[in-house]
Design a protein around this ligand. Sequence first.
Ligand SMILES: Cc1ncc(C[n+]2csc(CCOP(=O)(O)OP(=O)(O)O)c2C)c(N)n1
Ligand code: SF4
Ligand SMILES: [Mg+2]
Length: 351
Amino acid sequence: MTYIAKPKLHHPGLPANALGFTHRDYEGRISTLCAGCGHDSISAALIQACFELDIAPHRLAKLSGIGCSSKTPDYFLGQSHGFNSVHGRMPSVLTGANLANRELVYLGVSGDGDSASIGLGQFAHCVRRGVNMVYICENNGVYGLTKGQFSATADKGSQSKTGGVNKDSPIDLVSLALLLGATFVARSFSGDKKQLVPLIKAAITHRGPAILDVISPCVTFNNHAGSTKSFDFVREHNQAMNRLDFVPAKKEITVDYAPGTTEIVCQHDGSLLKLAKLHEHYDPSDRVAALTHLHERSAAGEIVTGLLYIDADAEDLHGHLATVDAPLNRMNEKDLCPGAEALEALNAEYR
Ligand SMILES: Cc1ncc(C[n+]2csc(CCOP(=O)(O)OP(=O)(O)O)c2C)c(N)n1
Ligand code: SF4
Ligand SMILES: [Mg+2]
């Protein structure tokens, strides 16, 4: 079942992007997830975002842990690099790959169990180190793959399919990411492609740790009355904070966005984020205000979605470490191993 390939047939009339790739070139194998799983909608949004950004598939590396969510990289970007790691260990594998070759786009795909339970320490450290990546947590409040146990993001008082009530306090990955110093923090909903696609595009273009928490209902174990991650619950409690569109620097796109105040954020590569704010005083450059807003709305029972925080001039891990520009696989032996004398001089600096 896991290895069902899609037929290679392409309709000759399929639109192509600037690189000549069609949508099909960004797809993967046929998904084996439950029909209607929110994770499949996120895969579709990722495909659309990469197609629209004209990313050459071989310039992207997708890494994941273990879970239904972590299986999804098999279902999109079939021509990209991929590494399905161990449960909760994706961040350290991604960090290592990124240090070896900074020229690829790094996409970390994880679940709430993978990120907020077994992988919480790994999540924290890759964020605080400033690894340049898009980190997507496909958040359904349960361990979907292992039959629906509560995860650490499940809300207190929410009910499982088998009737158990969660007594533990939830971990909010968005608040945590803000506290840990993430330079791009957003939340969305798998069923809101209009919001999710521009957020993914913006996150890919951001340099630094871009954390995207995407509420993604599990139709099998967390879509019943009493669950706070179900389609119906999120639809009723979703409070979209700003409407976002993404304008790549190389071509102007006319956008259709809601009236209200707007703000343009210029990222380090010159690309622009155009925000149409629904809340008059919301400022995505204020980390403290983002945390306050999140907590206030959460206390009112609302789920804030949108771009909560961005630092467009952030420096990433390579900046902190002053690493070389060239990927290690393009350096010669002499540069990689400068000899005993150079090593001695380096060691002397630390004595
Ligand atoms: C070290 C280890 N512990 C436990 C497991 C069992 N396990 C597999 S997936 C999973 C949880 C997945 O939950 P989540 O990350 O939320 O993904 P979802 O299936 O909900 O998308 C667990 C506990 C494992 N594979 N490895
Ligand atoms: S068990 Fe839940 S998370 Fe896993 S594929 Fe099915 S619907 Fe998706
Ligand atoms: Mg989960």
